[in-house]
Design a protein around this ligand. Structure first.
Ligand SMILES: Nc1ncnc2c1ncn2[C@@H]1O[C@H](COP(=O)(O)OP(=O)(O)O)[C@@H](O)[C@H]1O
Ligand SMILES: [Mg+2]
Length: 254
């Protein structure tokens, strides 16, 4: 691959499974031999927690590019316990709404030659709020992946995100594409879940609805002990579903 494939994992709702998806998809793609950089744009800093990476105060972070015009993403890249997987951790003290207002700052930072040479795939974990970090992610990405919990209120959250996405597509980033909608905790026997997922299929196309991640307490346990599901419980439902997602996304990236 000669250019970075940038995937933004987005949903305007908290608790939709963004971080779980970003971390575990990054691990799966790395296991498939892609050279992966996970960039945590949410100042909650949960990507580092989920990968068991310790971040000390004063360490360089992903957010530095928004406060320091000379900062690069490479400055902040740290290794993880997983081959081919690196992390640019969040600044837990970063105040949303602070820093430079340039919507294209991240896009520009990802043109850094050292990054382009070192990685194949960049995964962006994003904050739920509609602030310039989410816009930066949508401007920098080639693909958007939308995890959602299929309950009645989530369809509205997806529509809101799509409005923002279509605005970014019409101005800053016409090449932005939907990688897919990913039902989290999908349970086909619950009628409500089927209703939301069929609404999403009708609106955006059934081929865009991915096969989903079943509800699995092991995913929450894995996060709590700082491990991706592949390492914590390799034969669990969650591990199977994320392995399938990794293969599916790898095919789409080509
Ligand atoms: N498929 C799943 N089964 C069980 N728990 C899940 C699943 N996906 C996510 N969770 C849990 O739901 C919570 C919210 O997920 P998280 O990925 O942090 O969401 P977000 O980043 O969108 O706020 C976490 O405690 C996570 O462990
Ligand atoms: Mg999160």
């Amino acid at each position: 691959m000669t250019h970075l494939q940038v995937i933004a994992v987005c949903n305007r709702k908290g608790g939709a499974g963004k971080t779980t998806t970003a971390v575990n998809l990054a691990v799966e793609l790395a296991a498939l031999d892609f050279r992966v950089l996970l960039i945590d744009l949410d100042s909650q800093g949960h990507c580092a927690v989920g990968l068991g990476v310790k971040v000390a105060s004063g360490d360089a972070t992903s957010h530095a590019i928004f406060t320091n015009p000379l900062a690069t993403i490479s400055d902040s890249v740290v290794e993880t316990a997983y081959a081919h997987l690196f992390l640019s951790p969040a600044d837990q003290l970063f105040e949303h709404g602070s820093g430079v207002r340039d919507e294209l700052r991240l896009k520009q930072a990802l043109l850094e030659p050292a990054l382009v040479a070192r990685f194949d795939v960049v995964i962006l974990d994003t904050p739920p709020s509609l602030d310039f970090l989410l816009i930066n992610a949508l401007c920098a990405a080639k693909w958007v992946l939308v995890p959602y919990v299929p309950h009645p209120l989530s369809y509205e959250g997806i529509r809101q995100l799509m409005r923002v996405m279509f605005r970014v597509m019409s101005k800053q980033n016409p090449d932005l594409k939907i990688l897919g909608f990913l039902p989290m905790t999908a349970a086909a026997h619950i009628r409500q879940h089927r209703t939301v997922t069929s609404d999403v299929s009708r609106q955006f196309g059934a081929h865009r609805v991915l096969s989903g991640i079943r509800s699995d307490i092991k995913l929450a346990e894995a996060f709590a002990v700082g491990k991706p599901i592949r390492a914590y419980a390799p034969s669990s439902r969650g591990a199977q579903d994320f392995a399938d997602l990794g293969i599916c996304v790898a095919q789409m990236l080509g």
